[in-house]
Design a binder for this molecule. Structure first.
Ligand code: ZN
Length: 177
Protein backbone atom coordinates (compact mmCIF):
# COMPACT_ATOMS: atom_id res chain seq x y z
CA UNK A 1 0.00 0.00 0.00
CA UNK A 2 1.10 3.53 -0.64
CA UNK A 3 -0.05 7.05 -0.11
CA UNK A 4 -0.94 8.77 -3.39
CA UNK A 5 -0.71 12.46 -4.17
CA UNK A 6 -4.10 14.18 -4.21
CA UNK A 7 -4.97 16.29 -7.24
CA UNK A 8 -6.19 19.78 -6.48
CA UNK A 9 -8.75 22.01 -8.14
CA UNK A 10 -7.22 23.04 -11.47
CA UNK A 11 -5.97 19.52 -12.30
CA UNK A 12 -7.69 18.26 -15.49
CA UNK A 13 -8.18 14.83 -13.82
CA UNK A 14 -10.87 16.36 -11.59
CA UNK A 15 -12.88 17.40 -14.64
CA UNK A 16 -12.60 14.05 -16.44
CA UNK A 17 -15.56 11.76 -16.92
CA UNK A 18 -13.98 8.56 -15.64
CA UNK A 19 -14.00 5.32 -17.65
CA UNK A 20 -16.08 2.27 -16.70
CA UNK A 21 -14.01 -0.55 -15.24
CA UNK A 22 -14.22 -3.76 -17.28
CA UNK A 23 -12.12 -6.06 -15.08
CA UNK A 24 -11.69 -6.16 -11.33
CA UNK A 25 -8.14 -7.45 -10.93
CA UNK A 26 -5.20 -7.25 -8.51
CA UNK A 27 -3.99 -3.98 -10.01
CA UNK A 28 -7.38 -2.41 -9.28
CA UNK A 29 -7.36 -3.86 -5.75
CA UNK A 30 -3.96 -2.24 -5.14
CA UNK A 31 -5.45 1.09 -6.24
CA UNK A 32 -8.41 0.53 -3.87
CA UNK A 33 -6.03 -0.17 -0.94
CA UNK A 34 -4.13 3.02 -1.77
CA UNK A 35 -7.36 5.02 -1.96
CA UNK A 36 -8.37 3.85 1.53
CA UNK A 37 -4.92 4.54 2.93
CA UNK A 38 -4.74 8.00 1.35
CA UNK A 39 -8.29 8.88 2.46
CA UNK A 40 -7.46 7.90 6.04
CA UNK A 41 -4.15 9.76 6.08
CA UNK A 42 -5.87 12.88 4.75
CA UNK A 43 -8.72 12.41 7.29
CA UNK A 44 -11.31 12.33 4.53
CA UNK A 45 -14.65 10.51 4.35
CA UNK A 46 -14.30 9.59 0.68
CA UNK A 47 -11.86 9.57 -2.20
CA UNK A 48 -12.40 9.02 -5.92
CA UNK A 49 -9.74 7.57 -8.24
CA UNK A 50 -9.50 10.73 -10.34
CA UNK A 51 -8.58 12.63 -7.17
CA UNK A 52 -5.32 10.67 -7.33
CA UNK A 53 -5.09 11.13 -11.10
CA UNK A 54 -6.57 7.78 -12.19
CA UNK A 55 -9.62 8.42 -14.38
CA UNK A 56 -11.44 5.13 -13.74
CA UNK A 57 -14.84 4.66 -12.07
CA UNK A 58 -13.86 3.60 -8.57
CA UNK A 59 -14.14 5.45 -5.26
CA UNK A 60 -13.98 4.69 -1.57
CA UNK A 61 -16.19 5.99 1.23
CA UNK A 62 -15.60 5.73 4.95
CA UNK A 63 -17.76 7.28 7.63
CA UNK A 64 -16.83 6.03 11.08
CA UNK A 65 -16.82 2.20 10.89
CA UNK A 66 -18.82 1.98 7.67
CA UNK A 67 -16.26 1.69 4.87
CA UNK A 68 -16.76 0.43 1.37
CA UNK A 69 -15.46 0.64 -2.16
CA UNK A 70 -17.75 1.24 -5.09
CA UNK A 71 -16.72 0.25 -8.61
CA UNK A 72 -18.86 1.55 -11.51
CA UNK A 73 -21.36 3.01 -8.98
CA UNK A 74 -24.87 3.98 -10.05
CA UNK A 75 -27.58 5.69 -7.99
CA UNK A 76 -30.78 3.86 -8.89
CA UNK A 77 -33.14 5.94 -6.76
CA UNK A 78 -33.01 9.01 -4.59
CA UNK A 79 -35.46 10.75 -2.29
CA UNK A 80 -35.70 13.65 0.11
CA UNK A 81 -33.60 16.78 0.10
CA UNK A 82 -31.17 17.89 2.77
CA UNK A 83 -28.67 20.72 2.99
CA UNK A 84 -25.34 20.31 4.79
CA UNK A 85 -21.79 21.54 4.72
CA UNK A 86 -19.28 19.77 2.51
CA UNK A 87 -15.58 20.01 1.93
CA UNK A 88 -13.26 18.23 -0.48
CA UNK A 89 -9.74 16.85 -0.20
CA UNK A 90 -9.06 18.42 -3.61
CA UNK A 91 -10.13 21.90 -2.43
CA UNK A 92 -8.64 22.16 1.08
CA UNK A 93 -9.95 24.82 3.48
CA UNK A 94 -13.05 25.53 1.38
CA UNK A 95 -16.49 24.50 2.67
CA UNK A 96 -19.97 25.11 1.32
CA UNK A 97 -23.56 24.09 1.98
CA UNK A 98 -24.82 21.64 -0.64
CA UNK A 99 -28.39 20.38 -1.08
CA UNK A 100 -28.62 16.72 -2.04
CA UNK A 101 -31.09 13.82 -1.83
CA UNK A 102 -31.29 12.50 1.72
CA UNK A 103 -31.55 8.80 0.86
CA UNK A 104 -30.22 6.91 -2.11
CA UNK A 105 -30.05 3.38 -3.42
CA UNK A 106 -26.57 2.59 -4.67
CA UNK A 107 -25.60 -0.23 -7.01
CA UNK A 108 -21.94 -1.00 -7.67
CA UNK A 109 -19.34 -3.75 -7.74
CA UNK A 110 -17.30 -4.65 -4.66
CA UNK A 111 -13.56 -5.37 -4.56
CA UNK A 112 -14.14 -8.92 -5.77
CA UNK A 113 -16.17 -7.66 -8.74
CA UNK A 114 -19.46 -8.85 -7.23
CA UNK A 115 -22.53 -6.58 -7.63
CA UNK A 116 -24.06 -5.16 -4.46
CA UNK A 117 -26.93 -2.86 -3.64
CA UNK A 118 -27.11 -0.63 -0.57
CA UNK A 119 -29.58 1.86 0.79
CA UNK A 120 -27.70 4.82 2.22
CA UNK A 121 -28.83 7.79 4.24
CA UNK A 122 -27.37 10.60 6.25
CA UNK A 123 -23.72 11.49 5.95
CA UNK A 124 -22.89 8.20 4.21
CA UNK A 125 -25.38 8.98 1.42
CA UNK A 126 -23.89 12.46 1.09
CA UNK A 127 -20.32 11.14 0.92
CA UNK A 128 -21.25 8.54 -1.72
CA UNK A 129 -22.98 11.19 -3.87
CA UNK A 130 -20.02 13.54 -3.54
CA UNK A 131 -17.65 10.76 -4.73
CA UNK A 132 -19.89 9.66 -7.61
CA UNK A 133 -19.98 13.30 -8.72
CA UNK A 134 -16.17 13.23 -8.83
CA UNK A 135 -16.27 10.28 -11.24
CA UNK A 136 -18.38 12.44 -13.57
CA UNK A 137 -15.98 15.38 -13.31
CA UNK A 138 -18.28 17.30 -10.93
CA UNK A 139 -17.08 19.04 -7.77
CA UNK A 140 -19.29 20.20 -4.90
CA UNK A 141 -18.86 23.86 -5.84
CA UNK A 142 -20.80 23.11 -9.05
CA UNK A 143 -23.94 22.61 -6.94
CA UNK A 144 -23.79 26.12 -5.47
CA UNK A 145 -25.19 29.37 -6.79
CA UNK A 146 -22.89 31.34 -9.07
CA UNK A 147 -22.44 34.01 -6.41
CA UNK A 148 -21.54 31.52 -3.67
CA UNK A 149 -19.27 29.59 -6.02
CA UNK A 150 -17.32 32.69 -7.00
CA UNK A 151 -16.95 33.68 -3.36
CA UNK A 152 -15.53 30.27 -2.46
CA UNK A 153 -13.28 30.22 -5.53
CA UNK A 154 -11.82 33.55 -4.47
CA UNK A 155 -11.21 32.09 -1.01
CA UNK A 156 -9.56 29.05 -2.59
CA UNK A 157 -7.25 31.20 -4.71
CA UNK A 158 -6.25 33.13 -1.63
CA UNK A 159 -5.57 29.93 0.37
CA UNK A 160 -3.81 28.34 -2.55
CA UNK A 161 -1.27 30.91 -3.67
CA UNK A 162 1.29 28.30 -4.72
CA UNK A 163 -1.01 27.10 -7.52
CA UNK A 164 0.26 23.50 -7.43
CA UNK A 165 -1.99 20.87 -9.02
CA UNK A 166 -1.22 18.03 -6.61
CA UNK A 167 -0.44 17.80 -2.94
CA UNK A 168 1.45 15.22 -0.93
CA UNK A 169 -0.61 13.62 1.79
CA UNK A 170 0.88 13.43 5.24
CA UNK A 171 -1.00 11.92 8.17
CA UNK A 172 -1.27 15.19 10.08
CA UNK A 173 -3.09 17.06 7.28
CA UNK A 174 -6.67 17.75 8.26
CA UNK A 175 -9.47 18.22 5.76
CA UNK A 176 -12.44 16.40 4.31
CA UNK A 177 -14.21 14.66 1.43
ZN1 ZN B 1 -14.26 15.72 -3.07
Amino acid sequence: MALRDIHLLGSPALRARCAEIATVDDELRRLIDDLFETMDAAKGVGLAANQVGITRRVAVVGVEDDRFVMINPVITSAEGRVRAEEGCLSIPEVYGEVTRPERIVLEALDREGKPFRRELEGYLARAAQHEIDHLDGIIFLDHLSLLKRELLLRRWKKEHRGGELVRKVTPERDSRG
